[in-house]
Write a protein that binds this ligand. Sequence first.
Ligand code: BGC
Length: 990
Amino acid sequence: MPFKAPESYELDRPVSPSREPFDAPYRYSSDSEVSEINDFDPLKSSDRPYRDDASQPLRSVFDSDKGARPLAWLDTQRQRGGWQRWLIPSRFMCILVLLFIATFVLLLSAGGIWVYREAVPKDGQSEPWYPSPKGGVVKSWQESYKKAADLVGQMTLVEKVNITTGTGWSMGMCVGNTGPVDRLGFPSLCLQDGPLGMRFVDNATAFPAGITVGATWNKDLMYARGKAHGFEAKKKGIHVLLGPSMGPLGRLPAGGRNWEGFGSDPVLQGIAAAQTIKGIQDSGVIATAKHYVGNEQEHFRQSWEWGTPNAISSNIDDRTLHEIYAWPFADSVRAGVASVMCSYNQVNNSYACQNSKLLNGVLKDEIGFQGFVQSDWLAQRSGVAAALAGLDMSMPGDGLIWQDGKSLWGTEITKAVLNSSVPMDRLDDMVLRIAAAWYQLGQDDQKVWPNATNGGGPNFSSWTDDEYGELHPGSPNSKEKGVVNKFVPVRNTEEGGNHDELSRKVAREGIVLVKNENNVLPIHRKGDSYPSKKSGGKFKIGVFGEDAFANPKGDNACADRGCNEGTLAMGWGSGAVELPYLVKPIDALRKNFDAETIDLTEVSDNHDAKAKKLASEQDLCIVFVNSDAGEGFLSWGGVKGDRNDLYAQKGGDELAQTVAANCGGKDSNGDAADTIVVMHTVGPAILEKWIDLPGVKSVLIAHLPGQESGNALADILFGDVNPSGRLPYTIAKAEKDYGPDSGILYYPNGVVPQQDFKEGLYFDYRYFDKNDVTPRYEFGYGLSYTNFSLSSMFIDSQHLSGGSEPASRPKGIEPPTLDTKVPNPKEALWPEGLRKLKKFVYPYISSVSDIRTGQYPYPKGYDKPHALSPAGGAEGGNPDLYTSALKLQVTLANSGKVAGDSVIQLYVSLPKDFKSPSGKVVDMPVRVLRQFEKVHVDVDERAVVNMDVTRRDLSYWDVERQNWVLPKGTFEVCLGFSSRQLVACDKFDL
Ligand code: BGC
């Protein structure tokens, strides 16, 4: 593995600079600075107040008595005493790193140099790609760029810089706030998490999480959820929503944040992301496709968080990058997404937020992205290098450390432009991209988005739930106060519709029925075989497991939902929100079961010693188990973001075993009564400890349902709605079945931890199919209460010729140009009389003598621009990639006893023997998902379903030609109900 810090790579910063990079003074800070910073470091001390009941008074992290309360975000790991202190992840990791370095030095001195050499990853570096492509080259953005050019053309240098840089963590009401240009009516933009609702926002919907949305396989619902989400954001004054998430993509089943995205397949992710983006943006809010790219695990995702000085490097080969990880981002761009967030990690040993190949090359040139790239929060690791590599907005404006006021941009980028380290036209492009995105979404409309002086801007505070609060709570010398929370209701409005209902719909369609022996489900509200077989009295149903019940401390008791207590509605981290309410499964069961005929026994403790006995007294048992995970800045119960294993947590598997083995005692045949297992989970779980027990008749994977949990579950349990969820990932029989490269890297393997994506295209079902591994339940699998069949498949291939690349890249339109004259540094000086808030990020310089001019060693490409990609030319890439290559028609029939929805899935197998120009046979996965449709069919009815397959769907990324190539040979296309239940297949030649 390369043990050089990434700074040493040519790409990240120019070699032998003739003077110090601007960020040099910030790379190391004195101890006193650090301790001062620690007081404000949100990773260490966030103490945002939580409300479980509106009557409770709330306190802010910045309230004067803050010392009185324990630190919340990292409480489980940061408050241990004695030897346990060394288990705190950062310290533990430091020890490990030190041990590792010592071992490494010993190894080297023992003649192990070759180990070092051999271990350098083959694709261990990223190609330089300069200069950054300009925005405003496609027709659909032309008007917005024109308006943006008019606006930006009037801006001074510091005004431009103000727009590109956040004002610092907690300096405004949102998790990200840019500087405004009041003079020209350009507001401070409010950026707020996140993918399933709005973090730190009151009276808003806690929608089902991304993984639940993916499990619906319902494009209309994906759109509707996005639209509702955008509507709520707009009403709260949020300009930019920090979602949807499509990275992590689910390469590692235990990945802590997989649940924020839509499932372990690029096409499912891409379609769900595009639908969500269209929904959000149709409501007038800028959506953010995140995290670009390769952020597949939480351990070591960012510098220092895990004790390592550098973030992990995801080493991804070119073909895999295109066919897997960048794919959903291309779909997002094609859907018009106006913002992309670059991720914390490095890719091929260059930080994702300063990786010119990824940002300038793949995203902006090839995929044709016209909006702005914002950094993940402190994912930016350099000033000039990041600007040149294509970053457009620094978030939250803080530099290398939280809240020290030393931004890598702000003042620093003003200096960089003045001394010509960052060309003026690069800064202009950043600002144009941001302003154009604002126009593109109609946010200049004062009727909808009044400016702050007319009552606009965010009407909530991320930092307090009090009505009245500080306006810049992160600044130690700001005492400015005002009304910060206006408590605007947005969930159920005449204009926006009923979002509680919508959430319930999404949550129930995201429930996957994986087992239903003897049609035990659906159950009756009066009991299945009332009166009780055992006692002749009421039918006895036992509900077991903490996951059915409330968190006794309250729905929002744990900061950012960073604990697994009570029923699991969402994972944890910045992607979690405050629950406005939570319908617990037990409440829905109590409400639905008829108390006249049913006797309900409730066991809420997973370790209750009476569980066995109580189970034996029931006629039917329902067991709830769960598995939780989240973002790496929080840890709970030893789960540091990524899961430690894929089993149910808190003894859930043992509880399921006990109940299933003992439910109803044994009858005369020695059989137990029926048990139904419900699992709330962030992703794939190993069910083997109980799935085959004879008592386990039905199993529902209910994912992460959000606020409507119990109601959604009841809809399915009682058969009011026919289950139609399908697995958005594979459930294996054993964790090792996911393959040798599917594990989290839990311990650093270098100063820059290296993670080689050696499996390439083969993870989840692609791995199982290639290696002929039998899963427990395959990708796309799910049962219904009715029977569906497919017939009469017709294929109409559109006569594209095999072996071909898409048509030549269209030329595009000219981007706007502005005057690139570098202004007099005096213009950037601190304005007289402006009060300086401590730690606030400003664009001004203190003295003209700060500006030293000279030759700046630009990276390769500024004198010889990189060639444009033949795969580019429009949003989403070359438009010809989206030409229809195949049209399919099939008939779906419902021959069962109830109406229902089925998901028709389309898989394609590309020719097996096609050769690249150099004569190598191109390896192709057994089959890949390319389309799906969810269709409703009434009993004894049929529906004709049409599907379209594009040129891109039938192409592979040819690394030699650096283009998408439609191979020549025999293709197979199959329609079916899962990745292994392929019902109708046909072959055709191209
Ligand atoms: C997360 C992002 C999030 C940001 C702002 C980061 O830690 O990775 O997904 O949008 O924080 O809260």
